[in-house]
Design a protein around this ligand. Structure first.
Ligand code: BGC
Length: 817
């Protein structure tokens, strides 16, 4: 309170220009301070799975080095632990490293939903399920913020692809928005209050996230009660004044785009209420002083302990997908062959803004050597560095090595060119060299263990030919140690998939519409994302959501439910806010070794006026049991666990009628179930949603007409801008009808190519290539640039065919500068 008074008094002492100045960054990574008022400038830096503090040269695409920090497993692996406490510990460690490095906010976690396995940043996101996403995000945020350091939950919202991410318009119906794409943020905002939320680049139903008052103020601040501030993704600002009014307080990075001056002008012209600016400044100062209170004290981390934690998390985030014949765990005396370059040069994190510099990097070859103590572990590289073609010589060598071994461990996965910010995958396959190696070795040897390193699902045409598959995800700097621990039984695997592994890309619900473009992406599958689709339409999958094996077995029994109150409170409604149902059941470890089990609870609405997926995850717990030990698990289901969002009434509704409670070891391994009656009269049928959503088709073919009926409006026009209509938001690569546009795009490309000299064959190059093509013109004003707004406006005139007017304006702008 005292602090708020101090902040209010500071605002009272500021000039209008000073207030406006605080609303944008000083540079790439710092907020501005005001010396005369004793307001410090704090630093923010990227995450999410490790601190990326750039001490010298700054960029947001992973070009330049950062100070060494612990590289924890990436979000896919964190979510696969389903372990809230462990994720909290990771957050805590990240927070400690921020304190050591004097960083006030670490940018993450990412809470976007994995709509398609192809999104280039899926490794940075948790799950296809919003509840799991929200729970894991909440623990991550709580952990970091327990250290007095802030987080930035990103990218709010509906940023589920990289293709044209800075301009794409996501057309999504209100139920899918609420029930799938916002729920994760909602859980984490209400439960953990992230100090900042990062607004996404894209548009949502026609409005840029940064100007989307419904998302930024009505929902985030008013409905969910977010107390922190909203910061733009780097370069996501469109119209500054509109964004401030919509509830976006801070623009990053610092720019020369004249936006601070625009705020001043808008207040002076009476177009912007100064109270709006004051409220924004209050939130910004609150953040600055909170962070500064922590950072003014020195702190030293135990980096060894963080490495050990990273190893433990990597082991817990690895998912044992298949273990026929109980080949795993291996005995230390087993003669093993280790095949695949990844065994020596691990794939452990993704590319882009999250790419960080680990304090050290373990590899499986050395970790196995340490663990089993044999001095000559058989090894063959198996594939070329890029793995893009099968290499017969390397495969022959691998076969020769395999022949001498009892068990063959193949390290395969996606090479780093497949997983980077800015670029989506175009298929779901492994590099051909990896598939071919596995296929040939599996044909020659009965005991093959495939260890995968990738941040998102892959097709496994050989899955039926190998007895064991261990999904290691991108396990961070100590990932190899975690895998070694599992292979040799030092750790009993307990990870479960936080996403479905489909059989093939064509089976996925967004297959027909992902990634859309050039202007719009249509979310025609609505709620049917991930297992909500596969289970509803009966589409077979390779490995279902929630799946993961253990070296022990668990038995479930005695499901019991508390009953809802008899009297319905409003007609057709059951359960009030704050009321919960309690579900209990027993789980026993009936195997021979200690182990952890992730128990999952799904709810099925048996009959509803609204369309509902076959089942939805609503609770989970992770239990740790000794052999023979049994425990009772208690899970609470609140009103929301049964509700759907009614866009007509603008509220969450629970209908009277039957619901099934399904408890199991995966979404398709349901061990216990019970029905529960929600009291009250069934509401009169007032079905308004198109029939196709009530009997959703395999293949997810939804007509434009049906989608429009669901959306409640016409699908936006989806075409590239034409000459004469180019704006600040037109992607640079789209201005090809204009000679000046083409020249300009060529120039930008050249500039960006220069930045990646010597790194041509890297993910950075792919990212730069995409940026040169897809960045909107206004992106040219981001960061330290020789251009200013007037120059760009002049150029735009020229690109739109008004050459001489533009030229004149350009000369004028240059002179005025
Ligand atoms: C990314 C963010 C990141 C920011 C700063 C953006 O390009 O989308 O996730 O935090 O850059 O590096």
């Amino acid at each position: 309170m005292e602090n708020q008074e101090k902040i209010k008094s500071l605002i009272g002492q500021m000039t209008l220009a000073e207030k406006a100045s605080l609303c944008s960054g000083k540079d790439f990574w710092h907020l501005k301070g005001i010396e005369r008022l004793g307001i410090p400038s704090i630093m923010v830096a990227d995450g999410p799975h490790g601190l990326r503090k750039q001490a010298v040269q700054a960029d947001h695409v992973g070009l330049h080095e950062s100070v060494p920090a612990t590289c924890f497993p990436t979000a896919s692996a964190l979510a696969a632990t389903w372990n809230r406490d462990l994720v909290y510990q990771v957050g805590q460690a990240l927070g400690e490293e921020c304190r050591q490095e004097k960083v006030g906010v670490i940018l993450g976690p990412g809470a976007n939903i994995k709509r398609s396995p192809l999104c280039g940043r899926n490794f940075e996101y948790f799950s296809e399920d919003p509840y799991l996403t929200g729970e894991i995000a909440k623990s991550h945020i709580d952990g970091v913020q327990s250290q007095g350091v802030g987080t930035s939950m990103k990218h709010y919202a509906v940023n589920n692809q990289e293709y044209r991410r800075m301009t794409i318009d996501a057309a999504v119906d209100e139920r899918a928005l609420r029930e799938i794409y916002l729920t994760g943020y909602e859980i984490a905002v209400k439960g953990a209050q992230p100090w900042t939320v990062m607004c996404a680049y894209n548009k949502i139903n026609g409005v840029y996230a940064c100007e989307n008052g419904t998302l930024m103020t009505d929902i985030l601040k008013d409905e969910w009660g977010h107390e922190g501030l909203v910061v733009t993704d780097w370069g996501a600002m469109n119209e500054r004044v509109a964004a401030l009014q919509a509830g976006v307080e801070l623009e990053m990075p610092g720019t020369r785009n004249g936006n601070d001056a625009k705020i001043v002008a808008a207040v002076e012209a009476g177009q912007l209420d100064e109270a709006v600016l004051d409220r924004a400044v209050e939130r910004i100062l609150t953040l600055i002083f909170k962070a500064d209170a922590t950072l003014s004290q020195d702190f030293v981390c135990d980096m060894e302990a963080h490495h050990a934690l990273a190893r433990c998390v990597a082991a817990e985030g690895a998912v044992l997908l298949k273990n026929d014949g109980d080949i795993l765990p291996l005995q230390k005396t087993t003669r093993c062959a280790l095949i695949g370059r990844f065994a020596k040069v691990p794939r452990y994190q993704g590319a882009g803004s999250s790419l960080m510099n680990p304090t050290r990097l373990d590899n499986l070859h050395d970790e196995l050597f340490k663990l089993i103590g044999v001095d000559s572990l058989l090894y063959a590289p198996g594939y070329m560095e890029k793995g893009d073609q099968a290499d017969d010589t390397l495969i022959q060598e691998a076969l020769a090595v395999a022949q001498q071994a009892e068990v063959v461990i193949i390290c395969a996965g996606l090479t780093d060119l497949y997983e980077t910010e800015g670029v989506d995958r175009t298929h779901m396959k492994l590099p051909p060299g990896h598939d071919a190696l596995i296929q040939r070795v599996a044909a020659a040897h009965p005991k093959v263990v495939v260890v995968l390193s990738n941040g998102s699902p892959v097709e496994m045409p050989w899955a039926g030919d190998v007895p064991c598959i261990l999904e290691g995800y991108l396990g961070g700097q100590a990932g190899a140690g975690g895998i070694a621990d599992i292979l040799f039984g030092e750790v009993n695997p307990s990870g479960k998939l936080a996403e479905t592994f489909p059989l093939k890309l064509e089976d996925t619900p967004a297959y027909r519409t992902f990634p859309g473009g050039p202007a719009t992406v249509e979310y025609r599958e609505s709620l049917y994302v991930g297992y909500r689709y596969y289970d509803t339409v009966g589409q077979p999958v390779l490995f279902p959501f929630g799946h993961g094996l253990s070296y022990t077995r668990f038995a479930y029994r005695d499901l019991a439910l508390s009953q809802p109150k008899d009297a319905p409170l409003t007609e057709g409604e059951a359960l009030t806010e704050g009321e919960a149902l309690t579900v209990t059941f027993k789980v026993k470890n009936v195997g021979k070794v200690a182990g952890q089990e992730v128990v999952q609870l799904y709810v099925r609405d048996v009959a509803s006026m609204a369309f509902r997926p076959a089942k939805e995850l609503k609770a989970f717990a992770k239990v740790d049991l000794q052999p023979g030990e049994e425990t009772e698990v208690t899970l609470d289901l609140d009103r929301r666990a049964f509700a759907w969002y009614d866009p007509q009434r603008k509220e969450w509704r629970v209908e009277a009628g039957t619901f099934e409670i399904l408890v199991g070891a995966s979404s398709q391994d349901i061990r216990l179930n019970a029905a529960i009656e929600m009291p009250g009269a069934q509401p009169a049928a007032e079905r308004v949603e198109p029939d196709v959503y009530h009997a959703f088709p395999k293949g997810a073919a939804v007509s434009q007409k049906d989608f429009e009926a669901l959306l409640g409006c016409a699908v936006p026009l989806n075409q590239e801008a034409r000459k004469g209509q180019y704006t600040f938001n037109t992607p640079i690569g789209d201005m090809h009808e204009s000679f000046i546009g083409r020249q300009f795009a060529g120039m930008i490309k050249k500039q960006l190519h220069k930045m990646i000299e010597g790194k041509e064959d890297t993910p950075m190059a792919l990212l730069m290539e995409a940026t040169a093509q897809e960045m909107p013109l206004r992106g040219m004003l981001m960061g330290d640039t020789p251009l200013n707004r007037e120059m760009l406006e002049a150029l735009l005139l020229m690109m739109n065919g008004r050459f001489f007017r533009g030229l004149f304006a350009l000369v004028h702008a240059i002179v005025r500068r």
